[in-house]
Design a protein around this ligand. Structure first.
Ligand code: C2E
Ligand code: MG
Ligand code: MG
Ligand code: MG
Length: 288
């Protein structure tokens, strides 16, 4: 229907859409099976301190290796999983695998490493979600302060009171919380002020044009100022050029993520990247 009206009555399907519609039920059962069949896998994107480039955190990003469709990016199945409720199983799987991987890395010489994991609205609306997180932490043997959960503004605004309960419980456990894609939702500053979050991630759409768009400069600078006044650490996502990175550093932005530093990487490649990154940073700070 949407495809029809946008194209003056001519039916146009994007690739995969037809199958998606006809086999929506197949996709759903595929999704439900995927976690058990080990079809999901995780990528890790480094998150750096802008001041000096130090890295001791990464964001976990899920992928689905579908037997027929190949690798499916999260934007193509997470929204569907949220509608159908399959997201709960996915989140549980992502959390367990992320924390297991983190525990391994911490044992293997990265004791201060932490991970950011994305969660969705449906997760926050589940009364037992904090208990589920606590269990995953305990089973992996990871301390809560090494986990940061990323929640979008719209997820919070879906049901602010329920979301607030959940975030407060997580906060009491010592789990860190981040607002993801900041600036794209409709959260009111009144709510923001009361949320027990520690990080604010400015959406990529405000970051990419920072070297040329004065409106973006104004938005980003005032967001950084506001966040700092509220005691939050500011993360800029989607940094692709040196010029943008430098501007953000000049504006006092705390942390950075983007293709400029690294694309999301498989676990082993992330560890290689991290060791190399630390080595070159050490070389730079050593006296000549
Ligand atoms: P997000 O949490 O805002 O993640 C950032 C997205 O930007 C990722 O896309 C990442 O690969 C991409 N990105 C990072 N740096 C750059 C850059 O410099 N340039 C550009 N163009 N893109 C960059 P990805 O991996 O496709 O994930 C898309 C969204 O899917 C995520 O947005 C998040 O909302 C959701 N998602 C990913 N993994 C999970 C998960 O495990 N659970 C849930 N619930 N959602 C997830
Ligand atoms: Mg995120
Ligand atoms: Mg984001
Ligand atoms: Mg996003």
């Amino acid at each position: 229907n949407e495809a029809k009206s946008a194209n003056h009555g001519v039916r146009v399907f994007e690739p995969g859409m037809e199958r998606h519609v006809e086999h929506g039920l197949t996709l759903l059962s595929d999704l439900r099976r995927a976690a058990e069949a080990d079809e999901f896998f995780l990528l890790f994107q480094p998150k750096l301190r802008l001041r000096d480039g130090h890295c001791d955190a990464a964001e976990v990003l899920v992928r689905w290796r579908h037997p027929q469709r190949g690798v499916v990016p999260p934007d193509r199945f997470i929204p569907f999983a949220e509608q159908t409720g399959a997201i709960k199983a996915i989140t549980r799987w992502v959390l367990q695998q992320s924390l297991r991987q983190l525990a391994r890395w911490q044992r293997e010489g990265q004791p201060e490493l932490s991970l950011n994991v994305n969660v969705s609205t449906r997760d926050l609306m589940q009364p037992d979600f904090p208990a589920q997180v606590e269990r995953a932490l305990r089973q992996a043997g990871v301390s809560a302060r090494h986990l940061c959960l990323e929640v979008t503004e719209s997820a919070i605004m879906d049901d602010p009171l329920l979301a607030m309960d959940c975030l407060q419980a997580l906060n009491r456990m010592g789990v860190r919380l981040a607002i993801d894609d900041f600036g794209t939702g409709y959260s009111s500053l009144a709510y923001l002020k009361r949320l027990p979050v520690q990080e604010l991630k400015i959406d990529r759409s405000f970051i990419s044009g920072l070297d040329r768009d004065e409106a973006d400069v104004t938005i980003v600078r005032s967001t950084i100022d506001m966040a700092h006044h509220m005691g939050l650490s500011v993360v800029a996502e989607g940094i692709e050029t040196e010029a943008v990175g430098q501007r953000l550093r000049a504006f006092g932005c705390d942390q950075a993520q983007g293709y400029l530093y690294s694309r999301p990487l498989p676990a082993a490649d992330f560890m290689d990247w991290l060791r190399q990154h630390r080595d070159s940073a050490a070389r730079l700070t050593q006296p000549a």
